[in-house]
Design a protein around this ligand. Structure first.
Ligand code: ASP
Length: 351
């Protein structure tokens, strides 16, 4: 045995001496570019106003030193929009493109460059619908590409490094911004202009990036990706679900208009612990009978909504820790399976 080890060691030394290189196989990472501030440009390096979604993914990659050492990179321009203009057809396209890249083994991980305004929604949608364990990482920037100290290049470097890491597998879709790694299920944009714009108000970040390596503190505790039951492979549209905000003496006219115009589900961004007033309650009673399903969520960022509350109707499921915008996505997917309130609550308890 000793002899065999010695022979192997000697051969490796000889190969090393004769300069035989043991080329490291780099992971294949595809960047799907959708636009946003990371693809934006301003008239000067210090001006706050800018136009988002104007430069291509090739131009963005060219601004990131060392990025090509991390992975074999391919860039695909899915669209070039501000993320406030995101559409469900782009979501479906992203989901199907990622599924095909992973199924055919054309990518070991994907990065999606995205506007920051709705990035958390796209992340959560993909976490629930891409049924693979390979890394899915979203990133963007708060400052346009032309800015002094633009944050996009380092965010993109970190996102590619994370997607290329075997440690990132099986963690659901993640957002990387300002060195933090945040989980799709609880991340929120929580600052309108600062570069430290994203947080997970209830559970904190999953970890952080340093020197091109991820350091994780925790794992997401909810069902996602390979454990998701949602198969949208054959869907061309998703059920229409809207959000209605709660506030002092809110009027139910908008809620009623939604219900009368093809909306299948409504998330209430309720006051306090997901509360709503009597006008909303009366309209929800009427809408429920006509088949609309309501989920109680909260306009408050911490604490979530559970069923131990003040006066409320047991038939309306509660969102748990999900923000109204995340609850909307989960309700859209839940309604592809069932409109039974107990079943919707079961889904909200698990994802
Ligand atoms: N409105 C922009 C967007 O979401 C903001 C950004 O990217 O930071 O596309």
């Amino acid at each position: 045995m000793k002899k065999i080890i010695l022979i192997i060691a000697a051969s490796l030394t000889i190969m090393g001496a004769s300069n035989v290189s043991w080329a490291r196989v780099k992971p294949k990472i595809t960047i799907l570019a959708t636009g946003g501030t990371i693809a934006g440009r301003a008239e000067s390096a210090t001006q706050a106003a800018y136009i988002p979604g104007v430069i291509s993914i090739e131009e963005i990659i060219a601004t990131v030193p060392g990025i090509k050492n991390l992975a074999d990179l391919e860039g695909i321009q899915i669209c070039n929009i501000s993320s406030q203009n995101m559409t469900q057809s782009i979501w479906l396209k992203l989901c199907k493109t990622i599924d095909s890249l992973f199924t055919t083994d054309s990518a070991d991980g994907v990065v999606i460059t995205h506007g920051t305004d709705t990035m958390e929604e796209t992340a959560y949608f993909l976490s629930l619908t891409v049924r693979h364990d390979k890394p899915i990482v979203l990133t963007g920037s708060m400052r346009p590409s032309s800015s002094l100290s633009a944050d996009g290049p380092f965010n993109l470097f970190n996102a590619v490094a994370l997607a290329a890491s075997s440690d990132a597998k099986g963690r659901g879709a993640m957002i990387v911004m300002n060195d933090y790694i945040l989980s799709a299920d609880d991340v929120e944009k929580s600052h309108t202009i600062n570069t430290d714009a994203f947080s997970s108000p209830n559970l904190g970040p999953l970890g952080y990036m340093r020197d091109g390596l991820p350091h994780f503190f925790r794992v997401s505790g909810v069902r996602h990706t390979t454990k998701s039951e949602f198969d949208i492979g054959n869907l061309l549209t998703l059920p229409k679900v809207e959000i209605v905000y709660g506030y002092a003496f809110s009027d139910a006219t908008a809620m009623r208009a939604f219900a009368e115009n093809g909306t299948k589900g409504i998330v209430i961004a309720g006051v306090g612990h997901g509360n709503y007033n009597r006008e909303y309650a009366a309209e929800m009673e009427r809408g429920y009978k006509s088949g609309v399903r309501y989920v109680r969520s909260a306009r408050i960022h911490k604490g979530g909504v559970d069923s131990a509350a003040e006066e409320f109707d047991q038939r309306h499921p509660v969102s748990g820790l999900k923000s109204p915008q995340k609850a909307r996505i989960l309700l859209m997917l839940a309604l592809t399976k069932s409109n039974d309130s107990n079943e919707i609550q079961r889904i909200f308890n698990q994802y």
